[in-house]
Design a protein around this ligand. Structure first.
Ligand code: FAD
Ligand code: NDP
Length: 496
């Protein structure tokens, strides 16, 4: 493993990037290619860095790439003017343009970009039975716990929970969600209905090509990271592919969804007895009247026992983990506010990826979600902003921030989300057009005044490129009416 001692570093100022995740690495790589004469220092707490490989633009806005975790030395070999240091940044002195690291070193910067990512927002931080999933180390911990488990409770209704309930085998799952429908962070209630049959039985994988991102980590590299015990970057696309997610017993996949509830209290078996609380059994469960190491009581009055709890309840940006003598403007969601030049409110300091909150006036069909693709886009764009600043220029916001576009996979189906895919910000004043073929595809179009605002495409619909264009060009679609989703009409030809 390549570790460079920061104490040996000279005081010569360079552009400093904090974070070896996809935002930090994309920033360092872009800076390196934009300006060969600048010295760039990437500082990361994790022994491995994330690199985007095989990048392909699959439509104007949807991108496909693979992600590899590798040692910092590999980045240094590719980018001559980049130096990678593995150390924790503890504080920033914005008056002196210096940062202090956990090994007592001081590093000067000309420009600083904070790409320190986020940390799982857990429902309980001091209960050993509650775990979160973020990096390779936390996944190993989860796998180890699962291997001895009969029942797990998953809390949260976003990306991680949706992927986990699909992947876990040989273990009962109680999925506790705040909403009326599953996977609500990403899809609407109709799409949730489409997915529901896939909660039980064998996992079906949709045939055909999947425009899906791929994530790889070499075994040796993963072992290094787990052994180091340091905080790694967030996992990402295909993180669950090839990972064993099996419980203790050879039972059929079983997921019980507990709707519209949150955790009220977590009890040990002793506390449960003391309180004389009654325990419920999830519908269709195999383990009746069993003893459990931990019990969870929900706000809807239900109380279940389980082996452990996964808190898949979102991310808190690492915006306050590095102290600074100047105060960063922090947005309501906990991110460091950045303007359309990715600049924070502190001179010479930028931020990108999960740690930041895009605080400019968003384009009508863009929204921020803490995703791999946005971390890459922000990382590349912030590098251009830094170079423009050095050259005393201002650049216009990159076109990737014009339209929200995300491709992922849920329950074995390709899922594409475009624009205001859930009618976000439209205050319910929109029309919906739907097409669904059970088990095959689900298409939802959101329109306002006849113009497309967003879409959810599940399955191999091949509509993404056309819909992307229709959202961007805001063509009046009134006269096409329901023909827009008529399977008998080749819509691509229609709008060519
Ligand atoms: C389980 C899981 C699955 C996901 N799946 C998907 C998906 O399918 N599609 C998708 O688009 N997104 C997905 N995401 C989200 C995506 O991974 C993140 O949005 C993205 O990786 C964020 O990148 P980042 O570079 O901003 O932060 P991170 O990847 O968190 O990187 C932060 C870096 O900063 C370093 N760091 C932090 N603090 C310090 C410090 N004080 N000093 C030095 N270094 C520091 C860390 O070591 C790390 O290297 C998933 C996330 C998780 C957890
Ligand atoms: N395929 C993909 O694209 C994937 C993306 N990711 C990304 O990784 C990051 C982490 O994923 P994840 O943790 O699933 O985060 P998400 O933001 O995707 O989802 C968090 C979920 O937890 C809910 N929640 C928040 N607090 C509580 C609480 N106290 N009790 C019950 N529910 C709560 C949220 O509801 P509410 O919103 O109402 O607060 C939301 O449904 C996210 O940025 C996500 O986008 C992760 C996996 C896959």
């Amino acid at each position: 493993m390549e570790v460079t001692n920061t104490k040996e570093e000279s005081k010569t100022a360079s552009i400093v990037v904090i974070g070896g995740g996809i935002a930090g690495v994309s920033c360092a790589e872009t800076l390196s290619s934009l300006c060969k004469d600048e010295k760039i220092t990437l500082i990361t707490a994790s022994p491995l860095i994330k690199a985007v490989t095989n990048f392909k633009q699959i439509s104007r806005r949807l991108e496909e790439f693979e992600v590899e975790e590798k040692p910092g030395a590999a980045l240094e070999a590719e980018c001559e003017n980049v130096k990678v240091l593995q150390v924790m940044v503890v504080s920033i002195d914005a008056d002196k343009n210096e940062i202090q690291t956990s090994d007592g070193s001081t590093i000067s910067y000309t420009k600083l970009c904070i790409c320190s990512g986020g940390t799982p927002k857990l429902v309980s931080h001091d209960n050993p039975y509650v775990i979160g999933i973020r990096d390779t180390e936390s996944v190993s911990h989860f796998q180890e716990k699962l291997s001895g488990a009969r029942r797990v409770i998953i809390v949260g209704n976003g990306g991680i929970a949706t992927e986990l309930v699909h992947e876990i085998e040989n273990c009962e799952v109680v999925w506790a969600i705040k909403d009326k429908s599953i996977s609500a962070t990403f899809v609407d209630a109709g799409a949730a209905e489409f997915f529901l049959p896939h909660l039980a039985g064998d996992k079906e994988v949709q045939e055909g090509p999947l425009k899906r991102l791929k994530y790889t980590v070499s075994n040796a590299a993963a072992k290094d990271q787990v052994q180091s015990g340091t905080k790694g970057g967030a996992l990402g696309p295909d993180w669950s592919l090839g990972l064993t997610m099996k419980g203790k017993y050879n039972s059929a996949r079983k997921v019980h969804v507990e709707y519209e509830c949150e955790i009220k209290e977590i009890f040990t078996p002793e506390e449960l007895k003391e309180r004389n609380l009654e325990v419920d059994e999830p519908i269709g469960c195999s383990y009746l009247n069993c003893e459990w190491p931990v019990y969870v009581c929900f706000t809807n009055g239900k109380c279940y026992g389980c082996d452990f709890i996964v808190s898949a309840t979102g991310v808190i940006p690492n915006s306050c983990s590095i102290s600074c003598n100047k105060i960063f403007k922090i947005a309501q969601d906990g991110g460091i506010e950045v303007n359309d030049q990715m600049h924070t409110n502190v001179d010479h300091i930028y931020a990108a990826g999960d740690v930041c909150t895009a605080s400019w006036d968003w384009a009508p069909h863009w929204l921020q979600m803490r995703l791999w693709s946005q971390a890459r886009q922000m990382g590349c764009y912030v590098a251009q902003c830094i170079m423009a600043d050095i050259n005393k220029e201002k650049i216009t916001l990159d076109f990737c921030f014009e339209l929200f576009a995300h491709v992922t996979k849920f329950f074995g189906y390709k899922v594409i989300l475009l624009g205001k895919f859930n009618g976000q910000g439209l205050e319910g004043k929109y029309d919906i057009l739907l097409r669904m073929t059970k088990g095959v595809e689900y298409i939802k179009v959101i329109s306002k005044d006849g113009r497309m605002q967003g879409a959810i495409l599940i399955g191999e619909t091949d509509l993404e490129e056309t819909f992307e264009n229709l959202i961007l060009n805001q063509l009046d679609l009134t006269r096409y009416g329901e023909d827009l989703l008529d399977p008998g009409i080749d819509i691509e030809d229609y709008f060519d």
